[in-house]
Design a protein around this ligand. Structure first.
Ligand code: NIG
Ligand code: FE
Length: 409
């Protein structure tokens, strides 16, 4: 009989939330085992189903702890300089986000800070934030540009984002968000800036391999559906998938626009209506819910979660980590908020930072669930039940993080 290859690592005595099924639920396996070979999952199942005589170079007993797929933060603007605490103080005093933006603050104040910052300074600031996420079991992070708004500075942000993935044991996915705001040098000409994105910035960024996807901000203070549609067509022409900041502050039919363009995700969605949810369901576009921005902007209208359920729209949950609307470096807190503020169930939240977040990034084949062949990215939790992972505010029950089969903490 051929000799069985030993696992590189084997985890025993764990309860597994595999997220393996497309339907609801966590895909629980009690008293489970996971074996890794070459960074991928080679066995997952009840410990009693392990092949007879299975061996491993390293074996860890988890004493009844819970294992989920490594968490995925699928929407961040984590590379930025400075902070906008003073704007928050203004909002606490009654100013609103859109007025601050129209007066040249908001996103544009972060653009100024980013343009003035060196690549090294941006990297150091972003790494500190990345480390906070990793400490909570995150193994995949999406990072957007959008605070450069000219080719050199957008490239700078995306290079820094890529370098974060080389500096730490984490999968880093990048998104070009040129259509985020109108820079001052565009002198108010939104169409000309969209032209520049489509004909100059996007092709150069795609050619350099700096972006895995393309995003836009469809809103009264940003860009119209027609302008975003042009960016999406250009992205598709270059073979890049798209996603959208949609219906965050007003209903601009952003969800339907994203769905029409086959977007991976539409994000925020506080003002999305039934038709938008239906279009997303039909297109398979994931709803990325960002309760940190909702909370910091003291929004009143929550996204239409019931409509998303009715139309079979997958829901992901993310930090939106950014200096303006969501100065948030805790995915666990975002998960808690998604339940308390938006009414997601515990299972929806946990699927929203694993399987659905992977789908929102177009990565479901490689991450987001515990299945043979997927990357062996694990979060191991010292909890008795999965709800305890994000129940206690300010408490982090992570026991260990595993990235591509390697224990990193
Ligand atoms: O996801 N809505 C647009 N973009 C960011 C906010 C950016 C900022 O205020 O700096 C968001 O909320
Ligand atoms: Fe965002």
């Amino acid at each position: 009989m051929a000799e069985r290859r030993p696992f590189d690592r084997l985890w025993l005595g764990a309860h597994l939330a595999t997220m393996a099924e497309a339907g609801p639920g966590l895909g629980v396996i009690q008293d489970g085992a996971i074996g890794a070979i070459n960074g991928r999952i080679a066995f997952v199942g009840p410990e009693t189903a392990l092949p007879h005589g299975a061996s491993a170079h390293e074996t860890m007993r988890l004493d009844g702890r819970w294992v989920t797929p490594g968490l995925i933060d699928c929407h961040t603007h984590i590379v930025y300089a400075g902070n906008r605490a003073a704007e928050w103080e203004m909002r606490l005093g009654g100013a609103n986000y859109e007025d601050i933006a129209r007066a040249g603050g908001g996103i544009l104040s972060s653009v100024q800070a980013v343009r003035a910052a060196s690549e090294e300074a941006l990297r150091a600031q972003a790494l500190a934030r990345v480390d906070r996420l990793l400490a909570e079991g995150v193994t995949t992070i999406e990072a957007k540009s959008g605070y450069g708004l000219d080719l050199d500075n957008e490239r700078k942000l995306l290079r820094v984002a890529r370098s974060l993935g080389a500096a730490r044991a984490v999968r880093l996915v990048t998104t070009f968000l040129g259509a985020h705001a109108l820079p001052p040098e565009a002198c108010g000409d939104r169409d000309a800036f969209i032209d520049e994105i489509c004909t100059t910035m996007l092709p150069a960024i795609a050619a350099a391999g700096l972006a895995d996807a393309v995003d836009g901000f469809c809103e009264g203070i940003a860009f119209s559906p027609g302008q975003i549609g042009r960016v999406f067509d250009a992205a598709h022409g270059l073979g890049l998938p798209v996603k959208l900041h949609a219906d965050q502050l007003t209903n601009g039919s952003g969800a339907a626009l994203a769905a029409r363009h086959g977007a991976l995700s539409a994000d925020h969605l506080e003002y999305t209506d039934e038709a938008g949810a239906a279009a997303m369901g039909a297109a398979g576009t994931v709803a990325v819910l960002l309760p940190g921005a909702f909370y910091m902007l003291r929004e009143r209208q929550a996204p239409p979660v019931a409509a998303f359920r009715r139309h079979g729209v997958g829901m992901a949950v993310s930090t939106d980590c950014n200096p303006g609307t969501a100065p948030l470096v805790s995915l666990l807190l975002a998960m808690n908020m998604a339940a308390t503020l938006f009414g997601l169930t515990v299972d929806e939240v946990l699927r929203g930072v694993t399987r659905e977040a992977a789908r929102a990034l177009g990565l479901l084949d490689s991450v987001g669930s515990l299945e043979v062949g997927r990357a062996c990215d694990l979060a191991i939790w010292s909890v008795q039940h999965p709800v305890e992972i994000f129940h206690t505010l300010g408490h982090n029950p992570l026991f260990a993080r595993v990235f591509a089969g390697n224990v990193t903490d």
